[in-house]
Design a protein around this ligand. Structure first.
Ligand SMILES: NC(=O)c1ccc[n+]([C@@H]2O[C@H](COP(=O)([O-])OP(=O)(O)OC[C@H]3O[C@@H](n4cnc5c(N)ncnc54)[C@H](O)[C@@H]3O)[C@@H](O)[C@H]2O)c1
Length: 336
């Protein structure tokens, strides 16, 4: 019987790019996509999976411990790739509770189910489950904010600044503890900002495109100089695949593309692409840029040092920002 891999949050942005890539690449796995379909999940993002025989969707909540355990038993889950989370920093400022529940308690429920099903005692794996692995998807935001120089390494001390990043940091620590205490076979990846098709319009890049196409003011926080390290979503998916299969148990891997851009550079790039592809009736798209009050506690700069992933697992980002952003804009023009 094929091994069952449980993917959580596969109807969200990164998950719905990952699931078709992974299910097509590994027909020998049975893929179960568990997603609550919150406002952030969209089953339209998974249309291309409908014909895949090794793929099924289950609607459910990772905060429901009983449900998660039943799912592990029912499908004899032998691998977890955990994306499900509340992921928008602004929402964590206006309503942090859901972040604590899904990101911390939900991750704990999944770890517990894995421990109970894959282990017989601390340090003792159940026979047949030696290769069962739990991969946890996390963010570079757990490291806090950088000044003008330097990079986040796997050894950088955690210093989360928002309820979102604090909840992700907490989940990372739980994953770490399940390795050190129980010997659960875990890996974690901490990735920089992703961009690409299928992202929710609350996030910066789809929001800019949406506001341009609908002739609405484009809101930019503060002075627009906050820097993020942007990675095309499929490059992140390929890194997760590599770490899940070849990463060392108990290790964390930073993922990032050395594509540092501030928000103004992002908005200007997108406006220039749209000026060419779909010009406004009058004026340029960057006329729509409007500066708004800065986000509370807004981290200034994130930048990733991905040397460990590139040297140990030979990962390399394939997409440049220049090529990836054109693909992304094209996708929104064709699909939205
Ligand atoms: N987007 C980024 O730039 C980025 C960067 C680094 C890390 N991450 C991490 O990657 C993961 C995926 O991010 P994303 O941008 O795709 O998020 P997203 O918000 O687009 O998707 C999250 C998905 O999780 C589901 N979900 C939420 N709560 C759930 C629950 N209680 N039970 C089951 N499903 C639930 C939602 O329905 C949605 O489909 C997250 O863990 C996030 O922290 C994201």
């Amino acid at each position: 019987m094929p091994a069952t891999i449980l993917i959580t949050g596969g109807a969200g942005f990164i998950g719905s790019n990952f699931v078709p890539y992974f299910a097509k690449k590994y027909p020998q796995y049975r893929i179960i996509n568990l997603d609550k379909l919150t406002y952030a999940g969209n089953s339209d993002n998974l249309k291309e999976c409908a014909t895949l025989e090794n793929y099924s969707f289950v609607q459910g909540d990772i905060c429901d411990a009983r449900f998660v355990e039943d799912l592990f038993q029912k499908y004899d889950v032998r691998g977890v790739i955990h994306f499900a989370a509340e992921s928008h920093v602004d929402n964590s400022i206006s309503g942090p509770r859901a972040f604590i529940e899904t990101n911390i308690v939900g991750t704990f429920n999944l770890l517990e189910a894995a421990r109970k099903n894959w282990m017989t005692a601390p340090g003792q794996t159940r026979e047949g489950y030696e290769n069962a692995r739990f991969h946890h998807i996390s963010t570079d935001e757990v490291y806090g904010s950088l000044g003008a120089n330097g990079y986040f390494k796997e050894t950088t001390p955690y210093a989360p600044n928002s309820p979102y990043s604090a909840s992700k940091a907490s989940s990372d620590f739980l994953v770490r503890a399940y390795f050190h205490t129980f010997g659960l076979n875990v890996t974690t990846s901490n990735c920089s900002n992703n961009y690409g098709p299928k992202q929710h319009p609350e996030k910066l890049i789809p929001k800019i495109i949406d506001h341009c196409l609908n002739e609405k003011p484009i809101p930019i926080y503060g002075d627009g100089k906050n820097v993020r390290d942007w990675l095309f979503v499929l490059d992140h998916c390929k890194a997760i695949d590599l770490i899940f299969h070849n990463g060392k148990a108990g290790e964390t891997y930073n993922v990032g593309g050395h594509n540092e851009k501030n928000n103004l550079e992002i908005v200007n790039t997108i406006c220039a692409i749209l000026d060419e592809k779909r010009p406004r009736k009058s004026g340029k798209y960057d006329d729509l840029i409007t500066f708004v009050k800065d986000r509370a506690g807004h981290d200034k700069r994130y930048a990733i040092d991905a040397t460990k992933l590139s040297t140990e697992l030979k990962w390399k980002a394939e997409e440049t920002f220049a090529s990836g952003i054109v693909k992304t804009v094209n996708w929104y023009l064709e699909n939205k």
